[in-house]
Write a protein that binds this ligand. Structure first.
Ligand code: BGC
Length: 371
């Protein structure tokens, strides 16, 4: 008798579980997450955190990477629309090529969130990112503090810039944040730019490619530093470009000093370069927090809310609600902007405190806590 009862109970549990999971799958909101590429380290992290956090909240997730190919990203998004997603979270490869597919999404009643990169001339409900201009300001401020430029007197320093992908709206903000902050020192002659490359267009790096940054910087070193001119600062907008520039300095720079090399993201290889002294700093943006903010925002929208400033209180991370900065051509897109901060060899433990990194077995380099 006991055995029969146990069997009936077990069967009842199996049926109960089966029916909850069926009901759960039917009710689950479906979100389409479109990331640019697996070839740039950070988007692998973004994709993983977004998927993990949305699934933990009960969402069904469709995640695509489009190989840095804008046409493919269009197709991937079109497929997600056909698959019946209710929300799209998109980090655009090219900020200017998604208008038409996102008009289709809007017609289908789909809510689109521009993730990290603004999308121009498209129907975007919200933009979730970091304060992109401040990323550049932090890089410049690091240089100002490290060289004590305020008290430089007659001393002069040589600087070269490396910026990002012109197809990415963020790239201009990063460059301008850094350039504007350093401009008073350039105007005063404290900072000199031997290559004369002072505009974003002259120093942009299509697709944020490490190889292109390497090649461009080798050319700059050969043309302007071959005669022994000292390079003091390589102001790079992010880690993928800094990796190429650091490599060019190691292989092709004749000087005996180590120039300051800036970056952004906290990519694992770049953090190793910081430990090894061939990159100086990076601006860290906690993309696990960026995913978390996106989840809270999407959940509020699906609950029928029209989120504003008050939503910031529900985030686990600090973020500002901005309704002025990001005009995408159709109007200003309401934005939630998280806070970036500077990391160098002296405060790498701050990264461990995020839970996203840990020290390796030798306590020498940081590794990711993501599987
Ligand atoms: C992101 C940066 C990243 C770059 C290249 C930008 O849009 O904001 O964090 O370094 O793309 O992946």
């Amino acid at each position: 008798m006991k055995k029969v009862l146990a069997l009936i109970l077990a069967l009842a549990m199996v049926f109960a579980l089966a029916s909850t999971s069926v009901a759960f799958a039917d009710d689950a909101h479906k979100v389409g997450i479109s990331m640019p590429t697996k070839s740039l380290e950070r988007w692998n992290r973004d994709g993983s955190y977004l998927k993990e956090q949305f699934e933990a909240a009960g969402f069904e997730v469709e995640l695509t990477y489009s190989d840095n190919d804008a046409v493919q990203q269009n197709n991937d998004i079109a497929n997600m629309i056909a698959d019946g997603v209710e929300v799209l979270v998109i980090a655009a490869i090219d900020s200017d090529t998604l208008s038409s597919v996102l008009a289709d999404a809007a017609d289908a009643g789909i809510v689109t969130i521009a993730y990290d990169r603004l999308i121009n001339n498209a129907d975007i409900a919200y933009y979730v990112s970091f304060d992109n201009y401040t990323v550049g300001v932090l890089q410049a401020q690091y240089v100002i503090d490290a060289l004590d430029l305020e008290n430089a007197g007659d001393k002069t320093y040589n600087i070269e810039f490396t910026a990002g992908d012109p197809a990415d709206t963020n790239a201009g903000y990063f460059f301008n944040g850094a350039f504007d902050t350093l401009k008073p020192f350039i105007d005063a002659g404290t900072l000199q730019i031997p290559s004369g490359k002072t505009t974003f267009e002259q120093v942009a790096t299509p697709q944020w490619s490490t190889d292109t940054a390497l090649e461009n910087f080798q050319n700059t070193l050969a043309s302007y530093y071959g005669d022994g001119t000292v390079l003091d600062i390589a102001l790079c907008s992010n880690d993928s470009t800094a990796a190429g520039v650091a490599q060019a300095i190691v292989s092709d720079y004749a000087g005996s000093n180590q120039p300051i090399v800036t970056g952004q993201d906290g990519d694992i290889g770049n953090l190793q370069n910081i430990v090894d002294g061939i990159q100086t700093m990076t601006v860290y943006k906690n993309v696990s927090d960026e995913a978390g903010v996106t989840l809270v925002l999407v959940s509020a929208i699906l609950d029928g809310e029209t989120p504003g400033e008050e939503l910031c209180e529900k985030f686990d991370a600090e973020a500002a609600f901005d309704t002025e900065t990001y005009d995408n051509g159709l109007g200003v897109v309401p934005s939630y902007l998280l806070v970036p901060y500077s990391i160098d060899a002296s405060n790498l433990d701050l990264l461990v405190e995020t839970g996203n990194y840990e020290w390796d077995a030798n306590n020498q380099y940081l590794v990711s806590t993501l599987g």
